[in-house]
Design a protein around this ligand. Sequence first.
Ligand code: ATP
Ligand code: ATP
Ligand code: MG
Ligand code: MG
Lengths: 165, 165, 166, 166
Amino acid sequence: MRLTEIEVKGFKSFGDRVLVRFKEGVTGIVGPNGSGKSNVVDAIRWVLGEQKSRMLRSDKMDGVIFNGTNNRKQAALAEVRLTFDNHKGILPSEYREVTIGRRLYRSGESEYLLNGVTCRLKDITNLFLDTGIGSDSYAIIELKMIDEILNDKDHSRRDLFEEAT
Amino acid sequence: MRLTEIEVKGFKSFGDRVLVRFKEGVTGIVGPNGSGKSNVVDAIRWVLGEQKSRMLRSDKMDGVIFNGTNNRKQAALAEVRLTFDNHKGILPSEYREVTIGRRLYRSGESEYLLNGVTCRLKDITNLFLDTGIGSDSYAIIELKMIDEILNDKDHSRRDLFEEAT
Amino acid sequence: ATERFLEGFSTIREHFIEVFRSLFTAEDDCDLILSHPEMPLESSIQIMAKPKGKKPQSVNQLSGGEKTLTVTALLFAIYLYKPAPFCIFDEVDAPLDDVNIDKFNRMIRRFSKDSQFIIVTHNKRTMETTDLMYGVTMVEQGVSRVVPVDFSNLNEYVPADQAAVP
Amino acid sequence: ATERFLEGFSTIREHFIEVFRSLFTAEDDCDLILSHPEMPLESSIQIMAKPKGKKPQSVNQLSGGEKTLTVTALLFAIYLYKPAPFCIFDEVDAPLDDVNIDKFNRMIRRFSKDSQFIIVTHNKRTMETTDLMYGVTMVEQGVSRVVPVDFSNLNEYVPADQAAVP
Ligand SMILES: Nc1ncnc2c1ncn2[C@@H]1O[C@H](COP(=O)(O)OP(=O)(O)OP(=O)(O)O)[C@@H](O)[C@H]1O
Ligand SMILES: Nc1ncnc2c1ncn2[C@@H]1O[C@H](COP(=O)(O)OP(=O)(O)OP(=O)(O)O)[C@@H](O)[C@H]1O
Ligand SMILES: [Mg+2]
Ligand SMILES: [Mg+2]
């Protein structure tokens, strides 16, 4: 089951809709400081259901909505869609392509979508149960976590093992 | 007042005596992972009076004594000496060259030295008062501190200002 | 559940030793130890890492790069036990020297036959090992856009030589 | 003491704005704000940093590299107010891209006329800006030694091309 595509609009620095297609193997994400690379990683965490705003470097959840620039208005909603190729049937869905989506409106309303149909967060987490994919997955790693795992901060090391076993 | 020389023996990975001479301007310290570069920085912090073992990545203060290898016995004592050129008279000492030293014996005994004469830690900190030099100086910076200053962990940002003003 | 944890733990531990030795060398030593083997589900897991010749009191005494490689070995050991379909690393190569960056990236390539990897990096050596690269830039202030890059147009997106080195 | 703190604070704040704008650009904005201006000695100090065009809610929303440059600007602002005879930076350049590394190192060169700098780094661009370099190695396992290096013998101490890139 691999990631085929991510579509981001109104999420963090993605004022314009951005579509990135992924292939097999190793994809590099490069660019200057502050350009938005970690924001792509945040978008993936967020659409997978991340609930802790501080994991997304934000004080409050609405901090992830594009807050505008000197030349642009802020966005009314943040939206991310992640598409998976499910031809191996790893995800318990009869679809060959599975798209999960998440929206957050500035009003505070929030939606989760599965193949375009509104669903609950639970439906998404159930879909990925036992695949090792999730917002707190042991497969999304940044440098700070290296230290946290080493110091076993907040039982992070224990969680890592429990997640896997 | 500039740093002219550091001499390290029995401190951390410096099983052999090492002498490094510094010049004016910018000195780079390079080398592979785990070779001992940060240990040089730790040696400077330690001889300036660092009392917190965790600032030196150690559980206990005796963790800074060279603990031996497969082919070598551990050291009985850790010793660091730092020499300053005081020709501008910034340090309140009549000497043109000022050398501070620190020793820690495995027995737990510890010594501070000023120009070869045993003294108290207080004599060393008094010497550097108002120079901006000290083990918790705002002039010894590692990457972790960038985050701590940004998050103002343990009033680190406040301390920075108080140190300077 | 205890059964499954113990079986998982023991497999991950074997993988950890194997991966650690390929990120370090065959003469380097490591281990994963349960603090309370009789109560595995209550146990915390201790990491022991001992680069050749050294006798570190704890993993905390290791250098920045050694710590990164050690935790990376643990993560890859877990991926061998329970492969994640995709792995994302955000600038995890930053503390590594050139030799270790190459080992790290070779390990990623080995695992990339079965899992997809997304690697955020500033490092040119890491970039050389990718199959595909995307450049993220802000042509309009504050607005990110993403474009495919390869080594021919890399300098437009990762401006390396625009600033003169004094 | 309040007098001295306020006078120091206001000078450091001016330096911060100036240094920030040379590490970023003249169009970037920043500030240092006392949480309780009427009680300066009880106040905490807030950092506001606003790269051009962006409207970050707080410094926490900034990227890794932007945060590093911002705190670096604050540190240099303090050095301008109260110069430290020597400054030691341990791999502070790790999160920076090439353009920012050059700016960072140019700032260090500027300050190095009055203060001594000791820079621990893995980065070749940073190495090019040093006046003198020492290589730390472990020829004997677990035992560090230090030797002068320059670009002619650098590869013996910072082995860059020993591992073949696949
Ligand atoms: N809600 C938002 N609206 C607009 N911009 C945002 C929002 N949240 C974050 N940003 C901007 O995104 C930028 C950070 O992007 P990101 O962390 O992805 O950078 P990066 O490419 O990872 O950089 P680095 O190489 O320094 O890590 C910041 O400048 C921040 O101001
Ligand atoms: N008391 C000690 N006796 C012997 N060796 C020690 C002692 N304390 C630390 N070391 C060793 O020193 C090494 C770490 O050195 P240091 O942190 O200086 O590396 P470094 O050159 O900064 O590497 P990096 O580039 O990864 O940051 C570790 O491998 C550790 O085992
Ligand atoms: Mg980033
Ligand atoms: Mg180090």
